[in-house]
Design a protein around this ligand. Structure first.
Ligand SMILES: C[S@@+](CC[C@H](N)C(=O)[O-])C[C@H]1O[C@@H](n2cnc3c(N)ncnc32)[C@H](O)[C@@H]1O
Length: 508
């Protein structure tokens, strides 16, 4: 039953990368926001089911040396790849086990956090059953299990293309051959879909465009594998309840907020009192395709709304900047953007000031009270003093920015103090990943960092033996011929600060 899964992931590895929503800092904070007394992420035990090559778990272990990590995966090739990286970095707080989930995890003890990303919908029914059984049986009191899954009704729209692709590649058994046949189908039929006037034509044309830009491993493991079972939210919750697990929240918080719907959507769900039923109907309105559910033991007390007192005990980090001068004197919406280009409107002067404060501190997390105090100081000094004392408005907008992932929460305040040393050195994980030929590195905030070729080349030179001048000289031929050496030096310096901001440099 599990043999095809094993073969396909060995042939086409999933290429696992850091997934910010699964980070234990974030799981700890969201759990607390909903009333669960979660464990300190710096001293906890973490289990990842279906960890692939450890691209999500290994960076967490590297940056949280006081915690212990165990990953399980059925694919021996991926586990061996992950183990090689662990050995290169010299990590002692993580183990990757080649194991079928069906063999259970009774021997591994209890975990404060269990992560199963991209697994539930992609395994046969008995394995899904075992997945939730492990979440229930191996979760410590106050623990949080993160389980992501494909959702109905939204996945019905993707299933149209999946059915066609599965039909087209049905004669091919080998994973690579199936993938190549799928690309030939997309190439041959793209124009035909686009030219049709039928109801589904725009959907199919959009699917072709979407799949052509997606990683091949995604196309393969979502569209060409035998098992991809999307489910309704209510069915997932019933399944969790059979394992004595209860819902805490979604890792993408905004999906829980009726306020994130338009006025008609808000009206439609306004009379649905049961929070879980409301989420189901919000899924219908949005035709939702994907969930990131946080679960805990059925016996835990969980609040159905984010708790304001708990919010005030958390810390926050964000990397948002505005191109315009920050207006601290009015609640006019101002556009802020992340380094990756996601845009958010920030309104209240206290929230605008807090975003400035967090951008300066990044990647450090700043506690709620410090953040509020500093925001008040900035607004009083540079904005409208009359707006500087509205703590409730500040809390409400901070929660909204958190819900939309503009800001991330952490359980505790943490200062990293990264700054390029006179002779900068990439840290052990970055060096080991570069040596292994990786082009995607993990930031200290668990985001995927993909430097361009110039950035990768500079990172490779950061062995602690070269100062900025030596680095600029060594990098000269990476820039266009005749480039002003002062410009090369400046570019290298900027890149060093970007690496430092992402936490990719060893301490001085
Ligand atoms: C879609 S991938 C997701 C990988 C990773 N969690 C991520 O999201 O990047 C699913 C992973 O689950 C693993 N897997 C599938 N069935 C399994 C089983 N019965 N026991 C353990 N691992 C399994 C596969 O080998 C694969 O690495």
């Amino acid at each position: 039953m599990t043999a095809p899964t094993l073969a396909s992931y060995d042939a086409i590895p999933y290429g696992s990368i850091p997934i910010a929503e699964t980070h234990v800092e974030s799981l700890a904070a969201l759990g607390r926001l909903f009333g669960v007394a979660t464990a300190d992420p710096c001293r906890c035990r973490v289990l990842e089911l279906g960890c692939a090559e450890g691209g999500n778990l290994i960076p967490m272990a590297f940056y949280l040396p006081g915690s212990e990590f165990v990953g399980l995966d059925l694919s021996v090739g991926q586990i061996e790849e992950g183990r090689r990286l662990i050995e290169r970095v010299g990590l002692a707080n993580i183990r990757l086990l080649h194991r079928d989930l069906m063999d259970g995890a009774d021997d591994l003890g209890r975990f404060d956090y269990i992560i199963a990303h991209g697994l539930y919908s992609w395994v046969p029914e008995p394995v899904r059953e075992r997945l939730l059984a492990i979440c229930a049986g191996n979760l410590a009191p106050g623990g949080i299990a993160y389980v992501s899954w494909n959702a109905l009704p939204g996945w019905h729209s993707r299933a149209v293309m999946r059915d066609m692709l599965c039909h087209h590649v049905r004669a091919e058994a080998a994973p690579r051959a199936r993938l190549e046949a799928a690309y030939r189908f997309l190439d041959s039929f793209a124009d035909a879909f686009a030219a049709e006037a039928g109801d589904l034509a725009p959907l199919l044309a959009a699917e072709v465009a979407y799949l052509r830009q997606a990683p091949p491993s995604y196309l393969y493991h979502e569209y060409l594998v035998e098992t991809n079972t999307p489910v309704l939210f209510s069915d997932f919750m019933a399944h969790a309840a059979r394992h004595a697990l209860r819902y805490v929240a979604d890792a993408s918080l905004h999906t829980l907020l009726p306020g994130a719907l338009g006025p008609a959507g808000r009206n439609a769900v306004a009379d649905i009192a049961d929070p879980l039923a409301r989420i189901q109907y919000m899924d219908f309105i949005r035709a939702r395709r994907f969930h990131r559910s946080l679960l805990t033991h059925a016996g835990e007390q969980v609040s159905s709304e984010p708790d304001g007192d708990a919010l005030r005990e958390l810390a926050f980090h964000a990397d948002l900047a505005s191109d315009d001068e920050i207006d601290l004197a009015s609640a006019a919406p101002q556009a802020y953007a992340t380094a990756t280009g996601a845009r958010y409107a920030v309104r209240h002067p206290l929230a605008k000031a807090a975003m400035m404060r967090l951008a300066l501190a990044y990647p450090d997390s700043v506690g709620y009270r410090t953040l509020y105090r500093d925001a008040v100081g900035l607004v009083a000094a540079h904005g409208d003093e009359a707006m500087a004392g509205d703590e409730a408005a500040f809390a409400a907008e901070l929660l909204d920015l958190l819900a939309w992932d503009a800001v991330r929460a952490a359980a505790t305040e943490r200062a990293y103090g990264f700054e390029p040393a006179a002779r900068p050195r990439a840290h052990a994980l970055a060096r080991a990943q570069l040596d292994a030929g990786a082009d995607c590195l993990a930031s200290v905030r668990h985001t995927a960092v993909q430097p361009d070729t110039v950035g990768l080349r500079l990172l490779g030179l950061l062995d602690g033996n070269r100062d900025l001048d030596a680095l600029a000289r060594a990098m000269a031929d990476a820039f266009p011929a005749g480039e002003d050496p002062a410009m090369v030096r400046q570019s290298c310096e900027q890149l060093l600060w970007t690496f430092a901001r992402n936490g990719l440099l060893a301490e001085a």
